[in-house]
Design a protein around this ligand. Structure first.
Ligand code: FES
Ligand SMILES: [Fe+2]
Length: 321
C-alpha cells in the first residue's frame, strides 16, 4: 500500500502571489506552509511577508491589517509593524512591547511573481530562482488551482515521460536531452507530436512540439515550449506552493513572445487554455493518487528514480521521499 503524503513540506522557493494581485497599499492573507501569512505592498511598492497573527492579541494582519506608508497597522488596537516584523508603534502612549515581533519571510519579486523561501529548519536560502530576461516576452497570464497533493508529485510530472502519451494524448514522444541535475536545478528536454483535429475523431494533423524543462527546487518549474512549424515559443510556469503537507495551490502561468504584435495576447490566451486543459487531465491523478515508494517501473518510464534522488535534498527534517 502506498501512503498518500509521506513527505513533509520541502525546503525551497515558492510563488505565494502574482505581482498584479498586490497593488501598493494592499494586503493579502495566505495560508501556506501550515502557517498564516500577511503579504503586503507598502505605499512605495515594497513587498513584505510576515506571520499573520498580531502578537498583541491575535488579530489576523492579512485580514484586518492596513497599510500605512511602509508599515502594516493592526486595526484591532493599532499596533504598527514594519516589513521586518518589528512593532514600531502602538496606539497607546509609551514604547511598543519588546515581545511584539513577528517572523519575517524572505521576499523576491521577479518576472511578475512574488516568491518566498520556506525552510523547515529556519535556515536562510543558499540558492535563488534565476531572473528571466523579459525583453520580447509579454506578461505572464496565470490561474490558480487548489489541489489535494504535494509539490513532490506535481514536479515529478515533468520527468514522467510515460504519461504524456497515455494521459495527455501526445504521439511518438522522444527524449532530446536526458535529465541532468545540478544542485537545486534539474533540466531535461523532449519532443512529442501533438494531434490536431475534431474532438472524439481520429486526428487529421499532427505537429512536433519541443519541451525544455527547467526546475528549481520543487516549487518552481519553467517549461520552454517550441512549436517550430509555426515559429511559436511559449514559457510555461508550473508553480506549486504547499498549503500544508497534503494540499497545494498550483499557479499555471504562460508568457508568449511579443513578436506577434497585436495577436500575441491571443496566442498567450490560447496557450494558457491548452495548458489548463492538459493540467486538468492530471487533476484526478494528483487528487487521488498514492505515493509508491518502490514503483514497479517498466521500460518506457521516465527517469523517476533520478528525480526522486535529486528531490531528497529539499527535505531536511528527516522525512525523505
Ligand atoms: S491584536 Fe493587533 S493590536 Fe491588538
Ligand atoms: Fe501531466
Amino acid at each position: 500500500m502506498g501512503e498518500r503524503f509521506p513527505f513533509g513540506i520541502p525546503d525551497g522557493w515558492y510563488v505565494v502571489a502574482a505581482s498584479d494581485e498586490l497593488r501598493p497599499g494592499r494586503v493579502l492573507a495566505r495560508r501556506y506552509f501550515d502557517r498564516e501569512l500577511a503579504i503586503y505592498r507598502s505605499e512605495s511598492g515594497v513587498v513584505s511577508i510576515i506571520d499573520a497573527f498580531c502578537p498583541h492579541m491575535g488579530a489576523h494582519l492579512g485580514k484586518v491589517g492596513q497599510v500605512r506608508g511602509e508599515t502594516l497597522r493592526c486595526s484591532f488596537h493599532g499596533f504598527v509593524y514594519d516589513g521586518a516584523g518589528t512593532c514600531v508603534a502602538t496606539a497607546y502612549d509609551g514604547p511598543p512591547p519588546a515581545k511584539a515581533r513577528l517572523q519575517r519571510w524572505e521576499v523576491r519579486e521577479q518576472n511578475g511573481l512574488i516568491l518566498t523561501y520556506f525552510d523547515s529548519q529556519g535556515r536562510a536560502p543558499e540558492w535563488e530562482v534565476p531572473v528571466l530576461d523579459e525583453a520580447g516576452w509579454n506578461r505572464i497570464r496565470w490561474k490558480r488551482f487548489a489541489i489535494d497533493t504535494h509539490p513532490q508529485e506535481t514536479t515529478e510530472n515533468s520527468v514522467d515521460f510515460g504519461h504524456f502519451t497515455e494521459l495527455h494524448g501526445f504521439i511518438d514522444g522522444s527524449v532530446l536531452r536526458d535529465v541532468q541535475t545540478s544542485g537545486p536545478s534539474l533540466q531535461t528536454s523532449y519532443r512529442a507530436w501533438r494531434p490536431y483535429g475534431l474532438p472524439n475523431r481520429k486526428p487529421i494533423y499532427k505537429f512536433p512540439v519541443e519541451y525544455h524543462v527547467k526546475v528549481w527546487g520543487l516549487g518552481f518549474s519553467q517549461v520552454d515550449v517550441e512549436i517550430g512549424l509555426f515559429g511559436i515559443n511559449a514559457r510555461v510556469f508550473v508553480l506549486p506552493v504547499p498549503i500544508d503537507d497534503e494540499h497545494i495551490d498550483l499557479i499555471l502561468g504562460v508568457s508568449t513572445e511579443t513578436k506577434f504584435g497585436p495577436i500575441a495576447p491571443l496566442l498567450r490566451r490560447i496557450a494558457h487554455t491548452i495548458l489548463c486543459q492538459e493540467v486538468g487531465q492530471d487533476l484526478d491523478i494528483w487528487n487521488y493518487k498514492a505515493f509508491i515508494q518502490l514503483p514497479a517501473l517498466a521500460k518506457g518510464d521516465g527517469p523517476v528514480a533520478t528525480y526522486r534522488a535529486w528531490a531528497r535534498q529539499f527535505y531536511s527534517d528527516g522525512q525523505r521521499s
